[in-house]
Design a protein around this ligand. Structure first.
Ligand code: B12
Ligand code: SF4
Length: 460
């Protein structure tokens, strides 16, 4: 069969940070099964160009990823694909499709929706379709039924041994290069993303990780990651690597093992990862630094213990301050993600955050993003129960569902402004705030990217 996989195009067209890893994994499954496989990064293209490329390939099956905030682009893309390629089998996966399969069937002509982790379901679906068998025998999907509605084929267990999953098939994208992407400010470009584990051991109220991946943290072995890194560096031209795991450091022995192997290889690669503040210690940080780790992104979210408790973050302000001190001490740049608008947010909690930021001195990307209500999260479920939002919101509105349960959008924007200005007034945060705004400038005007290497380290 001819198989085409497409990631969601963006409403606000801007150069993406990284290629879409999910469909690259699925592309590897399809190619391994012997199908002629093509991938399109919708983030790099506009819908008419995607349709043109799809038509020239003329696929038998088209697979699409649907994220909540970009859902309308998927509705539009599906409609055009159905008009131009009416014979193709259309299947949708990804977070929004997983939480709202019914919306996909209602608003698109999709024949199937894959729930959660996709590799095994996709492999079996391709096998069933190419043999002319009933796709309903494949577990882990909803299939459109001829009489209307959709039938669930039954639940699927997550892949037990992640080492068995094949490397992402980046060469399936036309003219692929990691240079086509922005990468991350702390890392030398081109940067390759890696997912070395799936799921998280925490369950923060605003995050859908546990609902999506299941409540178990699964991980790849150090040897398996080294194999992918070797390929990314040697064959794909990567100069740095970003570990996009929800929580990279859950198993510190694994990370120490990985660091030792990176050092042995003498790659001189730079890398970064995401972590919860409670997951680090001095031993692991030392090894990380030695093996080329330059920065760690932490979900700090707030400096108020009351807010941290409300969002079930399982960390206190003291935990954050201790973690940042340890990371600085080891010569690694800590980056802080902050949120505005969680339960209980007010001027006083923002001031506590400003005060804490003065102590922890993050290197960049302060953020201060307003809280969204996303499917699969506790705050969303609470908002539905309180009658604040309805499940139909996702098909009736194209707006971003900010958490406006306690405060209006204008009030939240004012709180964010208070946070940004408050941080800027503290001299030590100047670089961090400047870094954050520079990132926004690159997003909007990607042609200004060429300035990036000219900007001194502290402002990058
Ligand atoms: C890397 C990443 C990014 C990168 C994007 C890189 C890229 N081009 O993909 C960056 C940093 C730019 C980013 C930005 C944002 N992100 Co983000 N991101 C992630 C992250 C950490 C990893 C994605 C990934 O590669 N996962 C690994 C692969 C294997 O999983 P996957 O892509 O989901 O694909 C699997 C399945 O979904 C399924 N599948 C997916 N598509 C399809 C299609 C078919 C046909 C089939 C059969 C199966 C299938 O099979 C795949 C293999 O198992 C996830 C969290 C996570 N752990 O997944 C969040 C996540 C996807 N992001 C999220 C969000 C909210 C955002 C932002 C809105 C954050 C913000 N406040 O700005 C922005 C939106 C940007 C935009 N407009 O697109 C949410 C999405 C929630 C939702 N309901 O849509 C997630 C799930 C985080 C979370 N837990 O809340 N993100
Ligand atoms: S620690 Fe991060 S990935 Fe884990 S549940 Fe919280 S927000 Fe989600």
């Amino acid at each position: 069969m001819k198989v085409l996989l497409i990631s969601h195009p963006r409403k606000n067209f801007q150069k993406p940070d990284f290629p879409p890893i999910g469909i690259a994994y699925l592309g590897a499954v399809s190619r391994r099964a012997g199908h002629e496989t093509r991938l399109i990064d919708g983030g790099l293209k506009r819908i008419p160009d995607i349709i043109k490329e799809a038509k020239s390939f003329s696929p038998d099956l088209i697979g699409l990823t649907c994220w909540t905030l970009e859902r309308e682009t998927i509705w539009a893309l599906c409609r055009s694909l159905k008009e131009e390629l009416p014979g193709a089998f259309l299947v949708v996966g990804g977070p929004h499709a997983t939480f709202y399969p019914g919306h996909i069937f209602k608003l698109t002509h999709a024949s199937a929706v894959v729930i959660g982790e996709g590799e095994e379901t996709f492999r079996e679906l391709l096998a069933a379709l190419s043999k002319g068998e009933d796709p309903l025998k494949v577990k882990g999907m909803f299939i459109r039924s001829p009489g209307g509605g959709a039938v669930f084929s039954g639940p699927r267990e997550p892949v037990e041994n992640l080492d068995l999953i094949e490397k992402p098939f980046y060469p399936g994208f036309k003219s692929f290069s990691f240079k086509n992407y922005c990468g991350f400010p702390s890392l030398p470009r081109p940067t390759a993303p890696i997912i070395s584990s799936r799921g998280c051991v925490f369950d923060c109220t605003y995050c859908g990780s546990v609902k999506f991946w299941g409540n178990r943290w699964r991980y790849r072995s150090a040897d398996n990651i080294i194999d992918e890194m070797g390929w990314l560096i040697g064959k794909m031209g990567a100069k740095s690597v970003f570990f996009f795991d929800d929580n990279f450091l859950v198993n510190k022995d694994r990370v120490i093992d990985l660091c030792e192997k990176i050092i042995k290889k003498e790659w001189k690669i730079k890398w970064s990862c995401c972590s919860h503040v409670k997951m680090i210690n001095d031993d692991v940080l030392k090894m990380m630094k030695k093996s080329g780790c330059v920065s760690i992104d932490f979900g700090v979210e707030s400096g108020s213990d009351m807010i941290l408790k409300n969002i079930n973050k399982k960390q206190t302000r003291l935990d954050i301050e201790k973690a940042f001190a340890l990371v600085h001490k080891n010569g690694i740049k800590p980056r802080a993600y902050l949120m505005v608008g969680n339960k209980g947010e007010n001027e006083a909690t923002i001031d506590e955050t400003i005060d804490m930021i003065g102590n922890i001195r993050p290197w960049s990307s302060i953020g201060g993003s307003l809280v969204f209500l996303l499917p699969g999260t506790a705050i969303y479920n609470e908002a539905v129960l309180n009658g604040f939002i309805k499940d139909d919101y996702w098909i009736e509105s194209d707006k971003i569902p900010y958490n406006l349960q306690e405060r209006s959008y204008q009030e939240l924007v004012a709180l964010r402004q208070r946070l940004m200005l408050g941080m800027l007034k503290k001299k030590r945060n100047f670089a961090a705030v400047v870094n954050y705004y520079l990132k926004l400038v690159y997003y909007k005007y990607s042609w200004l990217e060429f300035l990036r290497p000219l900007i001194p380290d502290m402002f990058r």
